[in-house]
Design a protein. Structure first.
Length: 218
C-alpha cells in the first residue's frame, strides 16, 4: 500500500503554512520567523507546535488562537495552493490501495486536496494525526492507518518530506521515500531524510515510479 503525506508532498503548501503561522503568531505577540516554523515544526501537528511554543516562551497563546490560525491557513491555501508538479501523473500510474496520512487536521487536508483536484485519488482514505494520541515523529498515525486499511506495516511504502514524517514511518516498520521537490526544501533536506531512515530520496515526482520499482524487493 502507498501512503502519502499531504503538505509538501502532494501539495506545495509548507511555505504558505509557515508564513501564515508566523504572521498569526506575530499578531498575538510571539515573534517567530517563518524559517523557524519550517525548521522546527515541519511535518508536525499544529497543536504540538503551539504547545511547544508556549512551553519555550513560558507564555500562553490567546484562547482562540488555534481556531484563528486554522481559519487563516485554510483561507490562504484556497487562494494560493498548487498541486506538487507531476504528482497527478505519479498517482495515475500507481496501482493498488493508496491513502493520505497527514499531521494537519482532516478539514485542512480535504481543503488542500479538493482545491488541487487530488481528492479523487484518495477518497475516502484520508487520515489525520488528530485521530491518534501522538503525532509524528511517533509512529502512531502510520500504525493506525495500517490497521484501518488492514495491511501489514512492512507492506506499506510512505512518501514523506520531513524528518519527523520519515522517522514516524521508519518507526512504524514501513518503507519511507523522502521527497525534496517542494518549494520549501533546503539543500540539506535530502541528507536529513536519509538520516531519519528514508530508503530513497527523490526531487521529482516523475522519479517515483522507478524508485518504487527499485524498492520492490523490500
Amino acid at each position: 500500500m502507498f501512503i502519502f503525506d499531504c503538505n509538501g508532498v502532494l501539495v506545495d503548501s509548507e511555505a504558505i503554512v509557515a508564513n501564515v503561522a508566523a504572521q498569526e503568531l506575530n499578531r498575538a505577540g510571539f515573534v517567530v520567523a517563518p524559517e523557524v516554523i519550517a525548521r522546527f515544526f515541519a511535518g508536525r501537528r499544529p497543536t504540538d507546535m503551539l504547545a511547544d511554543i508556549e512551553a519555550a516562551t513560558r507564555r500562553r497563546l490567546p484562547p482562540n488562537f488555534a481556531s484563528t490560525l486554522a481559519s487563516a491557513t485554510k483561507q490562504r491555501l484556497r487562494a494560493e495552493l498548487r498541486a506538487m508538479a507531476h504528482v497527478s501523473h505519479a498517482l495515475t500510474w500507481l496501482r493498488g490501495p493508496k491513502c493520505v496520512a497527514s499531521s494537519a487536521p482532516l478539514d485542512r487536508v480535504r481543503t488542500s486536496l479538493e482545491s488541487t483536484g487530488l481528492l479523487r485519488f484518495f477518497e475516502p482514505y484520508i487520515f489525520s494525526a488528530t485521530d491518534v494520541p501522538n503525532g509524528k515523529p511517533a509512529p502512531d498515525l502510520f500504525l493506525y492507518v495500517a490497521a484501518r486499511m488492514r495491511v501489514q506495516p512492512a507492506d506499506c511504502l510512505v512518501v514523506e518530506d520531513s524528518p519527523a514524517g520519515v522517522s514516524a514511518a521508519f518507526a512504524a516498520g514501513m518503507v519511507p521515500i523522502g521527497f525534496i521537490g517542494g518549494s520549501h526544501a533546503n539543500p540539506s533536506l535530502g541528507a536529513q531524510l536519509t538520516q531519519a531512515g528514508a530508503r530513497a530520496v527523490i526531487a521529482d515526482m516523475r522519479a517515483l515510479k522507478s524508485t518504487i520499482v527499485a524498492l520492490r524487493g523490500w
